[in-house]
Design a protein. Sequence first.
Length: 503
Amino acid sequence: MKNINILNKLCFVFVILFINNNGFSQNTNTVSVRNKVTLKEAHKGDLAIDTMLLDSYGLLPENIRQFYMESRFIFSENRDANFTNIKILASAKKHNMALIGGPMLGNLKQDKVTIWLRKSSTAPLTVKAINLDNNIEKIYYKKNIDPGVEQRIVLDGLAANSDYKYEIYENKLKIAEGKFTTAPTSEEKGLFKLAFGSDFHKVGLHNPNLVTQIIKRDPKVMLLLGDIAVDDRENKINMHRSDYLLRDMSKPWRYLSANIPLYTAWDDHDYLNNDLSGTPERFTTDDVDALRAMWYQNWNNPKYKGEGIYFSTQIGLVEVIMLDTRSCRNVEARGQYGCYLGMEQQNWLKETLKNSTAPFKIISSGTMWSDDISNGKDSWGTWDTLAREEIFNLIEVENISGVLLISGDRHGTRAFNIPRPSGYTLYEFEAGTLGGVPGPEAMAKDTTNQLFGYAGTDVIAFGEFIFNTKIDKPEVTFRLIDEHGEILEKHVLTYDQLTPQKK
Ligand SMILES: [Fe+2]
């Protein structure tokens, strides 16, 4: 514990500047970074580095820091420690931490949303949801709470496409609050805004400037495509927990997760390590099961559909399909049909695309769909071109409407046309710049099919789609927005462009 005390003393040279009673600044002025953590350091993630991340944009209140330090020590010393550890719960009590995780919104529907959180005590919760259009209040109770075990509270019976605020109380004391807007019905014509991005790499989770700009744009949901909160922890499940604790102590992260429903999938670094997938040598199927269980516990996604962490969900007019492009790979069959998604997921994806009645579909891949950057390095292009071709062909043959591809992994932000022999073009957008970490070149060697490109360290930015169905010819507008709120890119695609034409 000696190192912890030294770090604490060092950290207290500075004054808390930007934290208000809600634990996050409403001031939109840019906050300067105090501790710059590199990607290499994030991958290492030792005590000193994780502590630097914790205070990277401003010092946390002392009780939060102390709780984090004490709990991280317990995780690092004990491979089996989890959030129900008696010492972690005692530390939370000592430091007056009613919540040790969350709130995190997820699974938004027209009549409900789910709040994920982790409590330090058995004290029951009351959640108030107030419809801001008519002030109608609904109250939800959560009893029988296991301390340290993730809770999911479904706020149901809500009105569609309505603005709500919510407040969470423990023993009449408000311990958290946030807002959300319920999804529109699938028939409703209007505007729907969705944000997305990848590669926070732990670093970006602590960036108040980026979170402020995301919230300011007011997206109704956000999709995160991997390399989010855990970095290179391999099968050390205790350190996965430690990284999720670090996430949950971040004030910008809590502000984001309490106010925008999140949908997540993993990539290599939050799965095992760089470019690892499936069950590589040194690891076992038990490790994969444990990693999946860890994922289920620490995110708030809709119901998973198979063995992996993939799912689909309709939000208003958009079917969101998030693939598991890591854990279902068959590493012994690289290059053969079915090795990338696994046959269960490949067949599920085909059925999901065929059966969806949503006019628009977003399909996420943790790695890139196209091969223009790094020659397909660890993605479809070097693993399973047959399965990719089968999906692209199915979209054309079945005239599947409104398809957008999104991706991550190759740090930077880019967009590509993927022209098909039929004349139809698929569009891929990548916003792998949430952490502003280095990666490959911004532009491909052959730029024929590239719409734009920024290298990973050029910008800290996120992607946004606005679906407009209230005009005669529906369209989607993509924007790339940086941490200062500047719109760097704008591209409009019509529904007709995104839909194969019937022959
Ligand atoms: Fe990454």
